[in-house]
Design a protein around this ligand. Sequence first.
Ligand code: ATP
Ligand code: MG
Length: 441
Amino acid sequence: MAGNEKKRTRTYQRREIPRDQHNVSRSVISEPAKKVLSRLNNAGYEAYLVGGSVRDILLGGKPKDFDIATNATPEQVHDQFRNSRLIGRRFRIVHVVFGREVIEVTTFRGNAADAGDDGVDDDRRTSEHGLLLRDNVYGNQEEDALRRDFTINALYYCIRDFTVIDFAGGMEDLLNRQLRLIGDPDTRYREDPVRMLRAIRFAAKLGFDIEPETEAPIRALAPLLTHIPPARLFDEVLKLFSAGHGEATYDLLTHYNLLGPLFPETAWAIQAGEPDELIRQALRNTDARIAQGKSVTPYFLFAAMLWPALQAEWHRRQDNGDPVQPALHSAIGKVIGEQVQATSIPKRFSGPMKEIWELQMRLPRRQGKRAFATMSHPRFRAAYDFLLIREATGEIEPGLGQWWTEFQNTDERGQERMLSELSSDAPKKRRRRKPVKRPAP
Ligand code: ATP
Ligand code: MG
C-alpha cells in the first residue's frame, strides 16, 4: 500500500492563543487547582493546566477534575505541598489533596526520540511489543505536549497571562470535532494500547469523529490490549461505562473489535448468537442514572456485561445434563474465572455480582416466607432492577417484576394476600430456549 506517502505528517508548531480568542476563564477553574498553579509559579517553576480540564472548558463543559503539568520534578512538587503524596511507578506523579478534590501534578515528560535507544534505559522501558513499560524521562513543555495522546488533550492553559498554548494543532481539531493521535498512530497504539480505548471513550463522550489515520489501525491492533495488566483494564472499563454514554461506547467497542479483549466470553457468546439486548438496556439505564446525577455500581455493570457469557455457559451445562442450580453455580465460577484474566474484578464487586445472578433464580420462588427472605437480602434491590431489565428485553415473560414492585409497595396485609393468591396459582411453565452452539475455536 502506498499509504506511507499519502500520510500527511503534521508539523508541530507552538501557537499561543491570547485570552480574547478563547473561552477559558479563571472562574471555571477550581480553587485548589488555582492554588497549586500559583504556588508552583511563585516558587519559580512553570505550571499549566492541561489535559481534560482545558479540553472540556474549551468545549463549554464542566471539567470533572484538574490536571497540572510542570517543570518541577515530583520531589520538588511534593516539597511545596504538605498535603501531597508521590504515587505511581509507570508514571510518577504527585497528588495534592484538598478534602475530596485531588489535583494531579505531572512533570513534563521527555521526547521519545531523545530518550535513548531500545528500552534498556531504566527510566524509559519498552517491551518486545513496543509497549511503554515505564516513562519517567523528564523534558520540556513541548516534549511533554508531544508525548500526550490526542491533540485535543495537549492544550495548556497558563494562569500567568491567561493564554492557551497549543503545540499539536489541538485547537483546530477541537473546532472540527476530531480525535487525532499525536504522531504515528500505529506506534502510539503499540506504545500503549489503552489509547485505543481512550479514543473510543472520548469519541462517545464528546461526540467526536475519530480522524481516519487515527482510526485505521484500531481493528488490527485491538488484540494488543491482552498485554495490559487486568487491573488497569478494569479501571478503563469503569471509565468507559460511567461517563454517561455507555450505549454509544458499547457500539463503538463492538465496531472496533475492542469488546473481545475486554470481555472475551461475552464477545464469544454474542458471536454465537446470544442476544446482547440486556447489555444495551442496562447501559441505557446507566446512562439515564448518570444524567440524573446518580451513581452506578461496578458490580451491576459487570453483572450485565457478563450476562450473555453466563447465559451461554449455564445453558451449555444444562444441555449436558446438569440440573439448573448446580449448572448456574459452576457457570458463574467459570465465567468469573475467565473474566479475571482479561479485567480484574475486585472481590468487593465480584461477590455482589454473583449475588445478583443467584437471586435471579430465587426471585420466582416466593411461597411461604421465601419472598420476605429474598426481600431482606442486601442485594435484593439490584437483583430486582436486573430482573426488570430482563423482562424489558423480552428474555423472560413479564409479570414477575410487576409482582415484586407491588409486593414492595403494599402493606403487610396486602403482602399476605399476594402470597396466598400465589399458592393458588398453578406454577408457570418455563419457556424453553434454543440452545446456542459455540463455534469451533
Ligand atoms: P478525563 O479526565 O476527562 O477522563 P483526561 O484527558 O483528563 O480525560 P486523564 O486520564 O485524566 O484524561 O489524563 C490526563 C492527560 O494525560 C490527558 O489529557 C493526556 O494529555 C494525558 N494522558 C493520559 N493518558 C495517556 C496515555 N495513555 N497516553 C498519552 N497521554 C495520556
Ligand atoms: Mg483528567
